[in-house]
Design a protein around this ligand. Structure first.
Ligand code: C2E
Ligand code: CA
Ligand code: CA
Length: 401
């Protein structure tokens, strides 16, 4: 049964009159008030006067193209949820919708003509008030503080750096598989500074070695609390490519694992942008050294930047992590769905554990399960949490199952 959507107003801009009328008819069944036009000036006027909550924009109009319409919507600071439709095929539709999102519009989704009643209703029944819309967060969150190398050095001295924990679950059984440990800096101002604000500075200033050790030690010291009853849980830690230049690091890590009674087989080291290493041979040797010591290795952000097929083929990875750029757009992009399905199949054929991060809704999780992805991580399951919150989350979940 379709839920009544109060106060939802849908404005359609399409010069195929029958298509526009059909959309309006279906939307009315879903409880919307509707209007449609084939004229951009009327559309703009309606936008200003009627304040629709949703707009549907066709990419191909007689006098104006969809990109120009998107620009007009941006100029008018349009807050309505936008659905882009077209008969031009998936790639063009994808690019246009990406342009809408990257221009700051709230993109609800895309529809390829001819579309089914269900695919339109799926979009129209999305709860836009609570949902994290795809594309809305295109990059990691910043704290807004600007941080100097001296401040960083000071904070390291005070052992200020900690980790937050974000769960990973199996797609098939929703079983808790482990946590990714993500660096955090609780600043004296009360702000929790995220890693994007300090990892780069730490890498440039050479403080990354100390920082990594501090975050790792915090995580390792707390792992027993998570793994007490669950010794098969695995914990992922991020490794900067700069860390790989430090030859003492593999032994340091092994010693710390012994000190905190953690088996290296419980640790997954996530590595990104490995092409920035000076020497490919050194990289190969360092990564192999971690594997020899029993650690797992994950190629992070697969599909973007330097995490390429060459890296995958020649380096000893045991896991592949699909970049969230693809996962976050699964609901809206046919191309993302194809890429993710191909990458899952590639990873599986190479005997790797395949993880998708950036899972923000149930639809994406079900899709990943259907295509045989092993694990999922993302806001739909849980956000990164401080240790106590994460332990409570784990406890509450266990009691739920
Ligand atoms: P990453 O390794 O790709 O980690 C995942 C990031 O995506 C985390 O951001 C996490 O909070 C965020 N995330 C997880 N699920 C979702 C989701 O469903 N939607 C969205 N929009 N975001 C999601 P965070 O914690 O801000 O970390 C950002 C990056 O900083 C990490 O990306 C990683 O590259 C780096 N980083 C974090 N901790 C460390 C560390 O200890 N050492 C190094 N070298 N880098 C670290
Ligand atoms: Ca990671
Ligand atoms: Ca990533």
């Amino acid at each position: 049964m379709i839920k009544q959507q109060n106060n939802r107003r849908l404005l359609v801009l399409d010069d195929e009159n029958d298509v526009a009328a059909t959309i309006c008819m279906m939307a009315e069944i879903a409880g919307y008030q509707t209007e449609h036009t084939d004229n951009i000036e009327v559309f703009i006027e309606q936008l200003l006067v009627w304040s629709p909550t949703h707009v549907v924009v066709d990419l191909q109009l007689a006098k104006i193209d969809g990109i120009e319409v998107i620009h007009r919507l941006v100029e008018l600071d349009c807050k309505a949820a936008v659905i882009v439709i077209s008969g031009l095929g998936g790639r063009i539709l994808d690019s246009a919708s990406r342009a809408a999102a990257e221009n700051g519009l709230t993109l609800l989704g895309t529809l390829s003509k001819p579309f089914s009643r269900d695919s339109l209703l799926d979009l129209l029944t999305i709860d836009t008030s609570s949902r994290i819309l795809p594309h809305q967060e295109s990059s990691f969150l910043h704290s807004g503080l600007s941080i100097s190398g001296d401040e960083l050095a000071n904070a390291l001295q005070k052992k200020a750096f900690i980790a937050h924990f974000q769960p990973k679950i199996s797609c098939r059984k929703s079983e808790l598989m482990g946590f990714e440990c993500l660096a955090r800096w609780p600043h004296q101002s009360g702000v929790m500074i995220p890693p994007v604000d300090f990892i780069g500075i730490a890498e440039q200033s050479g403080l990354i070695h100390q920082l990594t050790r501090q975050v790792y030690e915090y995580a390792l010291a707390n792992l027993t609390d998570f793994a007490q009853t669950d010794t098969k849980l695995k914990f992922a830690l991020n490794l900067s490519p700069v860390n790989l230049n430090d030859e003492t690091f593999p032994t340091w890590l092994l010693d710390k694992c012994r000190e905190y009674n953690v088996s290296p087989s419980q640790i997954i080291l996530e590595v990104t942008e490995t092409a920035s290493m000076d020497s490919p041979l050194k990289l190969l040797e360092h990564l192999t050294q971690f594997r020899i010591r029993g650690f797992h290795l994950s190629i992070d952000d697969f599909g973007v930047g330097y995490s390429s097929l060459v890296q995958l083929a020649r380096l000893p990875f045991s896991e592949l992590k699909i970049d969230q750029m693809f996962t976050k757009t699964l609901t809206t992009s046919d191309e993302s769905r194809k890429i993710v399905a191909a990458v899952v199949s590639l990873g599986k054929s190479m005997g790797l554990n395949v993880v998708a991060e950036g899972v923000e809704n149930e639809w994406a999780l079900n899709f990943l399960c259907d295509i045989g992805c092993d694990e999922a991580q993302g806001y739909f399951i849980a956000r990164p949490m401080d240790k106590i919150t994460a332990l409570n989350w784990k406890w509450a979940r266990r009691n739920d199952v």
